[in-house]
Design a protein. Sequence first.
Length: 152
Amino acid sequence: LNGDKCLCAFCGLERRVYRKRHLSLINVVLAFLTSTTLGFAFWQKWDARVLFISVVAVFLEEIFIQMRWRLTLACPYCGFDPITYLRDPDQAAKKVKVRLEQARNSPTLVSAHNPWSNLGPLIAKASKSRRNIREKRERSPMASLDLPTSEN
């Protein structure tokens, strides 16, 4: 009920994310039953206003679920937001830089949720893997072949 655990794509810290983006049939049925119950409590008989109340309830429920999903996507530790990254990587990078500077200047730098604790090894691992790929290319037998190039 509290969301699924996942790792941040940037800092690698574990966090909770709600995966549900839209209403399900159960949510619609429950909204209708709730509005029907409230309608009978107020008017003691079936009333057409119950349908209006159920439509409004479904509308508000959909808005709430989408807002909850969207707000939990951004990492609370480093500020990385995958939706913003897909739309505008530069803006996502700016948000992460601001959040990392706040974390660096924060007195909770020794906290278990410090994004700086995982960034160092990630950068070192990335440079090592690039170096290993470059070395493998240089050692491969195909690298020593002089392949013809198409020159116009």
